[in-house]
Design a protein around this ligand. Structure first.
Ligand code: G6P
Length: 612
């Protein structure tokens, strides 16, 4: 959360920074700001609201300069307003900072600075950092770089930082601990950003900063060091990302585009990994841990948000096919509750961004305990992918909409393949079923294409219930996590309260909420619990609840019971999460649009949660 950008070179920095901030806005959109090195010193512009508000505000003025930094904020300390917006400048104007992360010991540092005469204008932890660097810089009469490194030895917390010093105008200093930072290498120019999306249009040569590293950058050169002054050789990697992938491509919203991309993103995720002839799963990223997978007595899955829901689907699939016990935990709970981790455990961290702070911390904890740690991530080169022992990328392509859609189905696709692979290696899945599921996986993209053609049906249901105050979502077995995901999608983007429940659990509480105003979305495709779900539908109808059922194509029984049916083509029971989630995504999308909500940037949320 919070997006940061920087530019140093011979071009005008302002347009580069603004378009970079727009690409990073999914990381936070409470306020935005830019600081530029101009002929008369550093000038800072900042504004509450979105990057477009900042742009409007600046456009009225003359701006020029070849060096600058920019920030789009997801507020942690201090409300979103102009004053708390980044960049922050130190009391004597020497140091200007943008920051993504949290300085945990900021109040203790602030108190020391106040004792030494410093005053503060904002409520942010970042201003404390700016003043701390300046204090060391003036007191020690030392370089900006050394001041930054010394200040960072005093800081506890997470940061991605870019710093400008007014006395050293031809330089940017970037540092990272816990929050991502990427540097694009051009010809006599460098681009800095929280991820590669603002950089791809300028260069495909990338340096990923690691924790506790500091880069000192001038237009001509970049030097890389640890905070403790050990020299490092920057490793330049080639970035494989198309500009079209991060644009809306004619869709009204990124979320809609990403929903419609799912036939492709699922295909990209299993392509080359699931073979029909011979029936086989090849997950090259796991080859070096096959011995550990074969010996494992247990799998722990850690994740947050939608990725946690994918993990729950994974639990059903892995236990079903490979008979290995699986536990799924919120990474934030796992990391703080002194969990029991055996060195024979396999820990799977699932994260679209690969940067979620709690998931990354859970990875570190599991590694310390000696477990084998795998990652299922979407963003290539992200922190989790670099810290895990092995892993499988989802090939969903960049996901920009804050509400996760195609990342979920890509994660479930990977988990399906892992479950099949483990089942095959352990001889717990019969050859026939193994073959059938792989063949069925190949049909999923076509089935999703069909589901996507029913958008008028979703719009019609959305129109009827867009003003409901609450929704309940029900599902059983591996469709229970899909119910959770459907409820999460609705609340995130439309701000309607929604709860997901295992269908049979409804009787233990939620049934008390059901009346003629309560829409109940029930996933009721044909599987072994079908009859039971039909009973659940009758229980809702008996209390006058409104039933919106997701059913297998052609289902007449439920069509006669439910108020609305949304059809999906039939598939293998364990693959139904991939199809049934699509109507739920679209229903949420259309409801949110009809309510006038900002679908891609819902209030208070951010896509990449790099703070605890
Ligand atoms: C945020 C996003 C969610 C996402 C979650 C976990 O809350 O808004 O869409 O599921 O973080 O993110 P990750 O990148 O770890 O999957």
């Amino acid at each position: 959360m919070c997006g940061i950008v920087g530019y140093i070179g011979s071009k005008q920095a302002f347009p580069i920074l603004i378009s970079g901030l727009k690409r990073l806005e999914y990381r936070g959109y409470d306020s935005a700001g830019i600081a530029l090195q101009q002929s008369n010193g550093i000038t800072t512009y900042k504004k509450q609201g979105k990057v477009s508000d900042l742009e409007l505000f600046i456009n009225k003025r003359e701006v020029s300069g070849n060096i600058g930094i920019g920030h789009t904020r997801w507020a942690t300390h201090g409300e979103p307003n102009d004053v708390n917006a980044h960049p922050h400048t130190s009391m004597n104007g020497k140091i200007t900072v943008i920051h993504n992360g949290i300085i945990e010991n900021y109040s203790r540092l602030q108190k020391k600075l106040v004792d030494r005469g410093y005053t503060f204008t904002s409520e942010t932890d970042t201003e404390v950092l700016a003043n701390l660097i300046e204090y060391i810089y003036i007191k020690g009469n030392i370089s900006a770089e050394l001041s930054v490194r010394l200040a960072l030895t005093k800081v506890i917390g997470a940061y991605g930082l870019v710093i400008m010093c007014s006395d050293e105008p031809n330089k940017l200093i970037a540092a990272r601990n816990g929050s991502p930072l990427v540097i694009g290498v051009g010809t006599n120019e460098y681009f800095i950003a929280s991820d590669a999306t603002p950089i791809v249009e300028h260069t495909n040569r990338i340096i990923y900063l690691n924790d506790k590293e500091v880069a000192v950058i001038s237009p001509e050169e970049l030097t890389l060091k640890t905070i403790l002054n050990d020299s490092l050789t920057p490793i330049i990697q080639e970035l494989n990302l198309d500009i079209e992938e991060i644009e809306k491509g004619g869709f009204d919203h990124f979320m809609l585009k990403e929903i419609y991309e799912q036939p492709k993103s699922i295909t990209d995720t299993f392509r080359g990994r699931a073979s029909q002839n011979p029936p086989e799963i090849y997950l090259g990223g796991l080859y070096n841990v096959f011995d550990k997978l074969d010996a494992a007595q247990r799998i722990l899955i850690v994740a947050c948000g939608t990725s946690w829901h994918a993990g729950l689907v994974g639990e059903y699939l892995i236990e079903e096919f490979s008979r290995i016990p699986v536990e799924v935990e919120y990474a934030s709970e796992f990391r703080y509750r002194n969990p029991i981790i055996y060195n024979t455990d396999i820990v799977i961290a699932i994260s679209q961004s690969g940067e979620t702070a709690d998931t990354l911390a859970a990875v570190r904890l599991a590694k310390e305990a000696g477990a084998t740690v795998l990652g299922i991530c979407n963003v290539v080169g992200s922190s989790i992918t670099r810290e895990t022992d092995a892993g499988v990328y989802t090939h969903a392509g960049p996901e920009i909409g804050v509400a996760s859609t195609k990342a979920f189905t890509a994660q479930v696709t990977v988990l399906t393949m892992i479950a099949l692979l483990l089942g095959k290696r352990r001889n717990t899945i019969c050859e026939k079923e193994y073959k059938e599921i792989i063949a069925e996986l190949y049909t999923i993209p076509k089935k999703i294409e069909e589901i996507l053609t029913y958008s008028e049906d979703y719009k019609a249901v959305a129109e009827l219930y867009k003003n409901a105050a609450n929704f309940i979502y029900l599902g059983r077995g591996c469709l229970f996590p899909v119910a959770l995901e459907g409820a999460l999608k609705l609340k995130e983007i439309s701000y309607i309260h929604a709860e997901g429940y295992p269908a049979a659990e409804m009787k233990h509480g939620p049934i008390a909420l059901i009346d003629e105003n309560m829409p109940v979305v029930i996933i009721a495709t044909k599987d072994k619990s079908y009859e039971k779900v039909v009973s659940n539908i009758q229980e809702v109808r008996a209390r006058k609840g409104i039933v919106i059922a997701i059913v297998s194509k052609g289902d007449k029984t439920i069509a006669g019971l439910a108020n609305h049916v949304l059809e999906v083509p039939e598939t293998h029971m364990q693959l139904a999460p991939l199809t049934t989630v699509i109507p739920l995504q679209l229903l949420s999308y259309y409801i949110a649009v009809m309510r006038g909500c900002d679908v891609d940037q819902p209030r208070n949320l951010a896509k990449s949660v790099t703070v605890e």
